[in-house]
Design a protein around this ligand. Sequence first.
Ligand code: NOJ
Length: 719
Amino acid sequence: MNLKQLIKKMTLEQKLAQLSQFTADCLSVTASGAISGPAGELALTKEQVSATGSTLNYIGADMMKGIQDEHMQNDPNKIPLLFMQDVIHGYRTIYPIPLAIGASFDDQLAEDCCRMAAKESALGGVHVVFSPMVDLARDPRWGRCMETTGEDPYLNSQMARAMVRGYQGKMKGKYDVAACVKHFACYGGAEAGRDYNTVDMSMRNLQDYYLPAYKAAIDEDVEMVMTSFNLLNGVPSSGNKWLMNDTLRKKWGFDGIVISDYNAIREMNMHGYCATEKDCAEKSIKATCDIEMRSATYLQQVPNLIIEGKIKMKDIDKAVLRVLKLKEKMGLFENPYLVADGEKEEKVCLCKEHREIARKAAEKSAVLLKNNGVLPFDTSAKKVAVIGPFADKGMIGFWACLGKAEEAVSVAQGVKNLLPDATVTCQEGCSSKLNETDISGVEKAVELAKESDIVILTVGEEAYHSGEGNSRAEIKLSIAQQTLIKQVVKANPKTAVVLFNGRPLVLNGIIDDMPALVDAWQPGTEGGNAIANLLFGKVNFSAKLPMTFPKTEGQIPIYYNSFRTGRPKGDDSSDAGYCSRYQDVGNLPLFPFGYGLSYSTFQISKPTLSTNVITKKDKLVAEVTVKNTSNVDGEVVLQAYIGDDYASLVRPVKELKDYKKVMLKAGEEKTVKFKITEEMLRFWSANDKFESEYGSFTLWISDCSDTGESVKVEYVKKR
Ligand code: NOJ
């Protein structure tokens, strides 16, 4: 199709409608042509609604087809709608939240999950998924940590790439959907972890930590980018020309569609950046934000901006062309439904194969945080108590798209499935309310614990305790949940605590009471089966924390790749004055990034190097031998960290540069090699670019960010 020709035929209003996205409830024009409801509130006209370019928030293929049919009848240019949806961790078969997927350190797993989500979405009529969300998160108070893959730019970048590959394939297959990386940029840097809050950061913090994962998605050819709600150094992202035009498009070469977040263009007025809606539209168009989501400043303000010469028609045409190109690429002009099919959708969603992917993902993302030996439980247990507010509840988490909690397997159900001959009894003990103090149910739970062989104690957060708008100032368990843990463990020490959470939680004051602790995150449709398999040793743990667990909220922000200070305090054991430390809790976190136990034990050698010098073109190979010293088969995540000892801009003590998952049979030993290249040594320098500097570096290869023997590497001009 000649898209430029088509654009020539379009009126300005029709072009602006292509650049506008409204929720599905805005799109219906009644027989009389009257506009009411949400579209009426936005003061949209019938013509504008009929020519709209894209939509979000609808349910399933049948609804999608109905909307598309109506649209195709009314649209004067017969341009099909693009259907977009928040497919964040699954469409209907829900796999663990992205933070959990980060914990898997398994790129292939992330890709497989997104591939599965793409198929279900495509059958459900989705063309674009608003994922991956790659915002770096260092503040667990922020509710949207659950949507990120954590605190590390390298892990986030690898995950971003894997997810884009999973969704998009080569954008040729029938189940390939377009991905939309978000939220550009630095949404995770919100001050004090309060959602939508200000982000203020230095250029090097931005370049070294916050921007790389978006760039990784661009390098993987992601089709779309979504702006973020926040101010970045004084400018809201949706009107930020430096971000969108100069960085994303000019520097990184992105030629796809940029969409604003929901109402974010109009919110530039609330931010105090634009005095009027007209100003909002002008700033966003000039910044090259193509589609306005759920507000109508483009439709209502751009015509006057064009008349006044403030915006050029050619810029509008460029934006429209980008939108039409994606429609053409996806084949919508030939078939406006693509593969949407209600019957197939019903068949494929939650099919055995998809449930298996979801189960595997939940198994590979649950982190064993503590085990005094009580786990794995004996499968010969006859009486199993499942206690706590989440004992018999499907835990699918926030942003679960079309997923339903009642279609998910609870822990109690998972144990019943695994041990059909055991008696599995549930007792809530207390409610899940954040500030619950009512402990009247604890007594019954204690009675049940006493008469049971083993106890699984489920605590933590509901889905809606994290996610958008759900920040928390205190991230502890409620008094009621803490009391429940203490009393139940006292009654039966053969207790394993299973934590459901969308963020790291503060567990100080209660962790010592727990014989074993499993972080199950929000594990999704197959959560219960996965948890049962892990607790009873059918499957081994392999996941590692993608975000640091602080001891207390006062330590936040706390992350592994931090700087030394001129007065460092190495550990918390000694009482050194006048150094960088907290007197009351020390500096160390409860659990660091990269931490996670297994039923196996591993011994990792000190790295040996092929040579200890590298040059710009000569890499080196670092090698470790890793041995499974236990009698249980297990998988270990080897993590390669590098620290730049001295630099013109001081570097963090260490940074993750690579990771590999290695499967080892009981007693088995393997040699694992890591390539160390000059590229790994680069950072954002005072010359405003990524460069490396000659000098000495420290290298660790370990199974956690705070352990491992190190070796020195020299970066030199010539060998
Ligand atoms: C707001 C959220 O910030 C964004 O992540 C989401 O994709 C849009 N709403 C659309 O639902």
